[in-house]
Design a protein around this ligand. Sequence first.
Ligand SMILES: Cc1cc2nc3c(=O)[nH]c(=O)nc-3n(C[C@H](O)[C@H](O)[C@H](O)COP(=O)(O)OP(=O)(O)OC[C@H]3O[C@@H](n4cnc5c(N)ncnc54)[C@H](O)[C@@H]3O)c2cc1C
Length: 384
Amino acid sequence: MIGAGPAGAAAAITAASAGLRVALIDKAAFPRDKLCGGGVTARAYGYARAVFGDLPQDLFHVSRAVRFSSGTATVARVEPAPPIYMTMRSGFDAVLRARAIAAGAVDCCGQRMMDCAPEAGRVTLADGQVLQAAVVIGADGVHSAVARALLGGGPDLRSMGFALEAEVPGAPGPETELDLTALPWGYGWDFPKPQGRTLGIGGLAVQDQDLRPRFHAWLRARGVDPALVKIKGHHLPSGTSRPQAGRGSVLLAGDAAGLVDPITGEGIGWAILSGQMAGQAAVEALRARAPDSAFQRYHRRMGPVRAELVRARLLAKLVYHPALQPRLLRSLAGSDHLQRRYLALLAGEMDYADLGPRRLAGVMWRVLAARHARSRLDATGSGG
Ligand SMILES: Cc1cc2nc3c(=O)[nH]c(=O)nc-3n(C[C@H](O)[C@H](O)[C@H](O)COP(=O)(O)OP(=O)(O)OC[C@H]3O[C@@H](n4cnc5c(N)ncnc54)[C@H](O)[C@@H]3O)c2cc1C
């Protein structure tokens, strides 16, 4: 496994528990920081418990109140809402990695992978050690070197999401805030944490050159002086999942495969689930003495995840479309039902598939009608 984040740790614990010899490689020594909102949805929490067992509760601040906002105005507030398990990734990831090591994975953390020939199963570490593996799992994040070596080229950064974040120490805030108008193609979040808050704004694509000044203003509106906090940015592979998450005996999991929900920005749950599936596929392939069949097996298991993210991508184009946003906000403000459905999606109590093709088609029709009306207005304006 290259990468010991949630995806790599899940793959490692799954494969090691089934008796495989596993090397868990990460350039970082743990605990390590990972820029992330740290919002573990009920869905992701369920995956984490299923793969890693019960987790220490002091890792989490459990938020049961969600406020949807538009700037500083409240659009709707839901309490009690399905729980969101707010965590700091340094502690959370360290526990997952430790569980994988306890299950028998060999600890190769604190060593960067310098080179890899993934289809030959060869991985070279910073100290010159060369490891040979029957199956290679690339769980090395959004800029995955394994994916680059396997598929050539890097990810298309222009079509990728980007987010800025700041940690504010202190008491956790009273609620989870989701600001649906923080960005034209994204949203803002203020998450309560065990020892403070994580505030961020992020978008579907890096279309907004003014992201930093916009974030400064957004922080100020929430009583945070941008000069007093450290602001960091990171790419988010939302909406760009790779068409092919591996080949032969090489599998890509988590962010390396582009598995981030383009509507919610959620990736931890998909990382754990895909890591588990990659681990299972490796076990099956090696038991069948056919390492090259690992990707086929993984691809089959991942079918429902891929389909769900395709639906999310389609819906994201509508949800974040500027022409539709005012209507969406009005609907959200006036509808308990819609608020609950959004939160049920986050909690994993329903899937995008449950929205139904007719409902999706209806939303799409309204967007197209709004665009058509706008372009007619523009045409009339320029002609007059
Ligand atoms: C600003 C921001 C906010 C987010 N907020 C949320 C949120 O609230 N909820 C949510 O569910 N998701 C969120 N996400 C997405 C989430 O962080 C990712 O989807 C998740 O971390 C993916 O896990 P992973 O294991 O695939 O990758 P990572 O967690 O990125 O782990 C990859 C690991 O690979 C290692 N690595 C990389 N290159 C090498 C190398 N050459 N050699 C050795 N090791 C290497 C890295 O050190 C790292 O430990 C957010 C993302 C961003 C950027």
